[in-house]
Design a protein around this ligand. Structure first.
Ligand code: HSE
Length: 401
């Protein structure tokens, strides 16, 4: 009995095996309860921690993944756990068992993209993961369906809610980074290991997924130039403000002359640009295409209910046997990946030697004061990422757009 037969011909309810019952898992349970029209029910929930108090009867839970993976009455697996390796085992076993799979695990998807493509080709089972990028914003399906042609040439966005929440507070002058991070953790936006958020890794995973669906290029996360926001200071926020900018952590991927470049960098975005007004845990993706120019999608990028809404939409899409066709990859365009692109940056440090080591092509502003020294100028992305200044905790570096 295939899922398509099971759902489209006899209207049988989708029976879901859920892995993980954290913020998003509980959000999904609640969202499903409030959307009875979908006729989808959680049959079993597999969790790791036996000692955690649960909000549902204990009979719903199992600690043995085989009880879901081996249950032929369960036709959909929803994977919402933290551990990327365990998630890959669950997802690949479920697909091989002929179940449809919905996941929000950006790390697993980014790190195992090629393996997951191969398993989907081998099994023909649908694997959907809209919730893995930008929470509630339907970006992957838009890239797959609307931008299935070759007009898209750039996307840039705020794809991490935790860092946007922190930067909003730092830019507002509302106190410390640490307090803002603690609030983001309390509100359920941050990863269990928030280093993934603040160092930009989470945004890198999402950028890998966006680049694959947007441009047909499958990049290893380690090849995306990354810097987080851990060294941002109120001095940087004040400099940005004085020059008419707001600091955001921006993920970007661009296609030019058959080559794709991608980065996750703190960025001075112009105050009048739509990204500047995206606050708190909101995410946004700005898509640039020939003829249509720029388009912006904005929505909540983190939190139980917003993320669960994207999971729900994927579950609903299984009703009509929707699956990603990876159209850009299938078209065989396979653009080259190259980080040899010019970039304008702001670099601040109390160490002049670090600023001087940056391979500047041009310098526009050089500022020295007891409060902080900075340079605004242009360089080349791959040379910048190889410099000591880029890797140092004693600098703050932001792209300027
Ligand atoms: N920690 C992630 C964020 C959760 O803050 O965006 C959503 O992917």
């Amino acid at each position: 009995m295939t899922l398509a037969n099971n759902t489209s011909t006899d209207g049988t309810a989708l029976r879901i095996g859920l892995f993980g019952f954290g913020c998003v898992g509980q959000g999904l349970y609640d969202v499903l309860r409030r959307t009875p029209g979908l006729r989808a029910q959680v049959a079993r929930i597999c969790v790791k921690d036996r000692s955690k108090p649960r909000t549902l009867p204990l009979g719903m839970f199992t600690y043995d993944r085989g009880e879901i993976l081996g249950d032929d009455t369960i036709n959909v697996v929803v994977e919402l756990i933290d551990d990327a390796n365990a998630a890959f085992d669950i997802v690949s076993s479920a697909l091989r068992a002929g179940k449809a799979v919905v996941s929000a695990n950006k790390r697993m998807i980014a790190e195992r993209f090629d393996d997951l493509l191969a398993i989907q080709n081998e099994t023909g089972s649908p694997f959907l993961y809209e919730a893995s990028v930008c929470g509630s914003i339907p970006i992957i399906r838009n890239l797959e369906e609307y931008y299935d042609n070759d007009l898209l040439d750039g996307l840039e966005g705020i794809v991490n809610g935790t860092t946007n929440f922190i930067l909003t507070r730092v830019s507002d002058g509302e106190g410390a980074y640490e307090g803002a991070l603690a609030s983001a953790q309390r509100l359920g936006f941050a990863e269990s290991d928030p280093t993934l958020d603040v160092e930009g890794y989470d945004a890198v995973f999402k950028t890998v997924i966006l680049a694959a669906h947007g441009f047909g290029v499958v990049v290893k996360p380690g090849n995306i130039v990354r810097r987080g926001i851990t060294t941002v200071s109120s001095f940087d926020a004040a400099v940005a403000k004085r020059h008419g900018y707001t600091i955001k952590l921006v993920s970007s991927a661009r296609l030019a002359d058959g080559e794709v470049s991608a980065s996750v960098l703190p960025t001075f975005v112009r105050d009048e640009s739509p990204l500047a007004s995206v606050r708190d845990e909101y995410n946004a993706v700005s898509l640039h295409a020939a003829f249509s120019d720029a388009q912006l999608m904005v929505g909540k990028g983190a939190g139980g209910h917003p993320t669960a809404s994207a999971v729900l939409s994927d579950i609903a899409a299984l009703r009509y046997a929707y699956r990603y066709e990876y159209k850009k990859i299938a078209q065989g365009l396979r653009p080259r990946f190259s980080q040899r692109v010019p970039i304008k940056i702001y670099a601040r440090s109390s160490r002049r030697d670090l600023l001087e080591q940056i391979p500047w092509s041009t310098i526009e502003i050089e500022h020295r004061s007891p409060d902080g020294s900075y340079v605004i100028g242009t360089t080349v992305l791959d040379e910048l990422s190889a410099s000591e200044a880029f890797r140092s905790d004693e600098t703050f570096i932001a792209k300027v757009v």
